[in-house]
Design a protein around this ligand. Structure first.
Ligand code: ATP
Ligand code: MG
Length: 397
């Protein structure tokens, strides 16, 4: 027997299921994000039914190699809890029994114990779940006599799912990125440096559905082209999970020189950070971002004490998300590794904050000290000039 089947990718959507009336909105956003990712890989048809997304590779895209790439891409989409690579066939027992050992052959070959799990959502199917499991298990044992059944601790679970339109066979799920589909949580402006923290902050908010725009501050000639390229590489890596986004690149060299020449050295970093925040607020306004996102973590450096955060906070009139505020570096690094930014972030190129770093930065600044120091600068003009010279780049994976 040579059963005809099609490979299909099934996506299980987790949290969305719980969202009641919003579910439609979430599902549509997820489908949009999935279609956008797949369009770059090949030709696929995509539909959603009962919190599962069905992806069918079409025509020339129906090859194991293209499906490999698509499966990997779907594991990066926020809102997807698990990804199943399956064989779809008719709901016919002879075909199912023929296909189970064939489609799962690689996995069965290398296992010693297994069991079959059956989901039967089509209640009209003539056999019950235990009956299907018995027969499928028998077909596997016939084809792979080295195996034995273990109901409690199987090395491998083979799944047979009898759904409305067809039967699906697979040898287990792969983990998805989880979270909510990017786009359902509003828009946020990420302050993206070349460090470890800010890409993690961006990923954490994108995972809660926030669509990102980003701003990066550079200061050539004090920072190099390689430092800029590092940020572009980080952004491209981020867009694998966060979707495409705009990156504003703002030159702060002039602002830094003005601060250096006119302000007390121990306040240098904080005055600069207040400029960054003012410019970010203006970009957020322009891009209709409801929140600003930073990678700050309490106590990590001198500019991230409670008092220091307060003086940067004071020039921002909108919501600030600091998703890393209570995290240890170890925890942050774990997420950076998982999302693939760690290797890029740890390249050695300097960012603009490390060039003019004061020897003894103030850790407990008082607001009045900053207001006094800034008297020496034309804050508004410097902010406006930096903003109007910003470059806007489109980032995609
Ligand atoms: P990161 O690892 O993200 O660079 P950090 O530990 O080096 O953070 P800071 O340099 O104090 O800490 O920056 C704190 C936050 O301010 C960053 O997480 C980022 O959101 C923002 N930020 C700092 N420098 C820049 C920059 N050059 N461009 C854009 N945002 C920046
Ligand atoms: Mg930094």
């Amino acid at each position: 027997m040579n059963t005809v089947y099609n490979e299909m990718i099934l996506l299980k959507c987790g949290e969305m299921v719980l969202k009641g009336l919003n579910r439609r909105v979430f599902e549509e956003q997820l489908l949009k994000n999935v279609r956008y990712r797949l369009a770059r890989i090949g030709k696929f048809s995509v539909r959603a039914m009962q919190s599962t997304v069905y992806i069918r590779p079409e025509g020339e895209s129906n090859t194991p190699e293209v499906v490999d790439v698509a499966v990997e891409a779907m594991q990066q989409v926020y809102g997807v809890v698990a990804v199943c690579r399956t064989a779809e066939c008719e709901k016919d027992m002879a075909q199912i029994l023929d296909l189970v050992p064939k489609y799962c052959a690689d996995a069965l070959e290398s296992a010693r114990t297994f069991k079959c799990e059956v989901r039967r959502s089509d209640k009209h199917f003539p056999l019950t779940s235990p009956e299907i499991a018995m027969e499928a298990g028998g077909a596997i044992l016939d084809a792979f006599p080295h195996l034995s059944v273990s109901l409690d601790h199987p090395e491998l679970v083979v799944y047979v799912e009898i759904r409305d339109r067809a039967a699906y066979i697979h040898a287990g799920k792969l983990p998805g990125a989880g979270g909510l589909p990017v786009g359902v949580g509003g828009k946020g402006l990420l302050l993206l440096s070349g460090g470890i923290d800010s890409p993690v902050a961006g990923h954490m908010m994108a995972k809660r559905g926030v669509e990102l725009t980003a701003v990066h501050f550079e200061s050539p000639p004090y920072t190099s082209m390689r430092a800029r390229q590092k940020v572009l590489d980080l952004a491209a890596q981020m867009s694998r999970r966060c979707g495409r986004f705009k990156l504003y690149v703002v030159n702060t060299a002039k602002i830094m020189e003005e601060i250096r020449d006119n302000c007390p050295e121990d306040l240098f970093t904080l005055i600069l950070r207040r400029f960054m925040m003012r410019i970010s607020v203006a970009v957020a306004e322009k891009e209709a971002c409801g929140a600003v996102i930073t990678g700050e973590s309490l106590g990590q450096v001198a500019s991230q004490t409670m008092q220091a955060l307060a003086v940067t906070n004071a020039v921002c009139d909108r919501l600030i998300f600091r998703p890393l505020i209570g995290m240890d570096k170890e925890e942050i690094i774990r997420v950076a590794r998982e999302t693939g930014t760690f290797e890029i972030s740890t390249l050695p190129y300097e960012d603009c904050c490390t060039v003019f770093t004061p020897k003894h930065p103030k850790t407990k600044p008082r607001m009045q000290q900053l207001l006094d120091a800034e008297e020496a600068l034309d804050v508004e003009a410097l902010t406006a000039a930096a903003l109007s010279a910003a470059e806007i780049l489109q980032i995609r994976a």
